[in-house]
Design a protein around this ligand. Structure first.
Ligand SMILES: NC(=O)c1ccc[n+]([C@@H]2O[C@H](COP(=O)([O-])OP(=O)(O)OC[C@H]3O[C@@H](n4cnc5c(N)ncnc54)[C@H](OP(=O)(O)O)[C@@H]3O)[C@@H](O)[C@H]2O)c1
Length: 366
């Protein structure tokens, strides 16, 4: 039996991951965070023994010793925000000889994980960053459909959330670049977009309908132009189920861009609380799309629209699929590539969605 420690294991996504892994026979789950009471409450809620709750700080300089003492085989790191975080948790995992998986959505963080590859390979470990919606699911969708293209030219990705607000780490992460410059690959050149600006309206399949979206800074913008060398455009946008909520974030980002505010950080916690109060009157439906454009195998223009639609507020389970699937793979003794890498090419779409199959979500492809 492999011991999996979920760091941030009682957080918004961490708790969902801990719960899913608690019912996996091949792993023993430890729930970690800085607050032992919250960790203990989470173990009770998931039916785990209370001894499986662990108080620890991700940024403790003795983290490697703690991991060794707990005999951790796999560390799942959800204690974001990852924007501005260094790789010290992954380094501690390597030092303690345990595999490492994180949910990072920080562009530099995920792209930079490869710098640990030699270190991880030397001791036979797997270090994976971005095991979540981006870039794990987005790249899996592209890998599924790219063989249909003779030449893939454009990748457009977007996510619109449902009512259920994520945890504070997610909000702090996505607010960190509000109104700030984002480098993106458009028509074969690097151009500037601005976080949560560049407002557009996107038509999702029913029952979602039209949603507002704004530009976001994600690992995909850095990684995909290299991974798919024929592409001339890679874009990523996100938005909220509530139009009001979206316009508040858009307005704050505009104030940052205009120089009136330095950043949006101070608004993360109050707006996160406000969105929880708003939950009962906001749509419980969310979705993700990946649109691919280019030249098909026959030379004719080809466009594929992949959508994942979640209802009944089940959307927040989606970012957890990769970490659950990868931990289960390691738990079952399956071999993963050694080294440190962004989470691309490690899971198919079906493998990513397998842990979520009981939930209310469906793929639509046109
Ligand atoms: N790549 C993607 O597609 C994607 C999608 C969604 C979310 N995410 C990422 O998922 C991460 C988690 O989001 P969330 O919504 O679950 O956030 P959350 O609810 O705020 O959870 C964060 C957890 O980490 C713990 N934590 C924070 N600092 C810690 C530290 N120094 N040491 C130990 N534990 C610490 C927190 O507990 P304590 O504060 O009590 O310690 C909490 O349990 C975010 O950073 C977000 O970027 C990525």
């Amino acid at each position: 039996m492999r011991t999996v420690l979920v760091l941030g294991g009682y957080g918004f996504f961490g708790q969902r991951i801990s719960t899913a892994l608690a019912s996996t026979g091949s792993v023993r789950v430890l729930v970690g965070g800085r607050d032992l009471e919250r960790a203990s409450a989470a173990t009770r809620a998931t039916g785990l023994p209370v001894e499986n709750a662990v108080a620890l700080d991700a940024h403790d300089s003795h983290l490697a010793d703690v991991l060794r003492r707990l005999r951790v085989d796999v560390l799942i790191h959800t204690a974001g925000p990852f924007q501005g975080q260094d790789c010290s948790v992954a380094r501690a995992a390597i030092e303690a000889r345990c595999h490492y998986i994180d949910l990072a959505d920080g562009r530099q963080f995920v792209a930079g994980i490869s710098s640990l590859s030699t270190l991880a390979s030397a001791v036979g470990l797997t270090v994976i960053s971005g095991a979540s919606s981006v870039p794990a699911l987005s790249s899996a969708v592209i890998d599924r459909y790219s063989p249909r293209f003779r030449r893939l030219e454009a990748i457009r990705i977007g996510i619109s959330s449902g009512a259920r607000a994520p945890g504070l780490a997610t909000v702090r992460g996505v607010f960190s670049y509000g109104g700030k410059r984002i480098r993106s690959w458009q028509d074969g050149a690097w151009v500037d977009a601005y976080g949560w600006l560049n407002l557009s309206r996107h038509q999702f399949p029913p029952p979602l309908g039209k949603r507002w979206l704004g530009s976001c800074d994600v690992p995909d913008l850095e990684l995909f132009p290299k991974r798919y060398p024929t592409v001339r455009t890679v874009s990523f946008q996100a938005g909220f189920a509530s139009d009001l909520g979206h316009f508040v974030v858009w307005g704050l980002a505009g104030l940052v861009k205009a120089g009136v505010l330095t950043d949006m950080n101070a608004f993360a916690s109050p707006l996160n609380r406000f969105s929880r109060w708003m939950e009962p009157i906001v749509s419980d439906k969310g979705g993700m799309f990946v649109t691919l454009e280019g030249e098909g195998a026959d030379g004719a223009p080809l466009r594929i629209d992949w959508n994942l639609i979640a209802e009944k507020n089940h959307g927040p389970h989606i970012p957890c699929g990769a970490a659950i699937a990868l931990a289960r793979k390691i738990g079952s003794g399956a071999s993963l590539p050694r080294g440190a890498m962004p989470c691309m090419g490690l899971l198919t779409v079906d493998e990513f969605l397998e842990p979520l199959r009981e939930l209310n979500m469906s793929e639509r492809v046109a």
